[in-house]
Design a protein around this ligand. Sequence first.
Ligand code: ADP
Ligand code: MG
Ligand code: MG
Length: 200
Amino acid sequence: MDAALARAWVTGIASAVRDRADELTQLDAAIGDGDHGVNLRRGFDAVVAALESAETPAAGDVLVKTGTTLVSKVGGASGPLYGSAFRAMGKALQQESSVAQALEAALEAVQKLGKAVPGDKTMVDALAPAVEAYSAAPGDEAAAARAAAAAAADGMRATVPLQARKGRASYLGERSIGHQDPGATSTALIFEALAAVTGP
Ligand code: ADP
Ligand code: MG
Ligand code: MG
């Protein structure tokens, strides 16, 4: 991944988040506080603005800047979680890791901060299978990104019957069952954006 691809990815996320902010907010209104779309739109708009003036010679620099901006601009659970994920991924790439290793570092950062495991009905339910699929995919970066996007979407849909054990939705207990997790939905969007810019 080079700096241009990383920029295209983050810009693609920002535009998808703008298009789907209402959907994300509605999912969060059902089992949270109804701000997930608003939070991410504010965050990724700030990222796009920050990148306009930033010197980012490598992909790692783009992603570290993305993470730092998300942490500073987005309150709530998702800002620090996505912020640490992008920062960890960027730092790994700055140290010459592969994209697969960098994604593993992102997952590790999210789990270290949020303490969620797969099945808790959080973004981890989309992120963990996506990272695994990316690493396991044979072939090039484009094929790996497509496999990751498909796995993230499956993980997102699989959150519907789960009862939330982390985050605001966990306050609802059994009433969280039957709703798709907003954070797993935005994670699926993030991998869709990666597949879209990675190529054919
Ligand atoms: P808040 O809940 O603070 O309003 P958001 O609405 O922006 O923040 O984000 C909610 C999403 O964050 C949830 O749908 C869930 O996927 C994710 N989330 C919440 N807590 C955790 C956690 N401890 N670990 C991983 N993801 C979490
Ligand atoms: Mg919320
Ligand atoms: Mg909130």
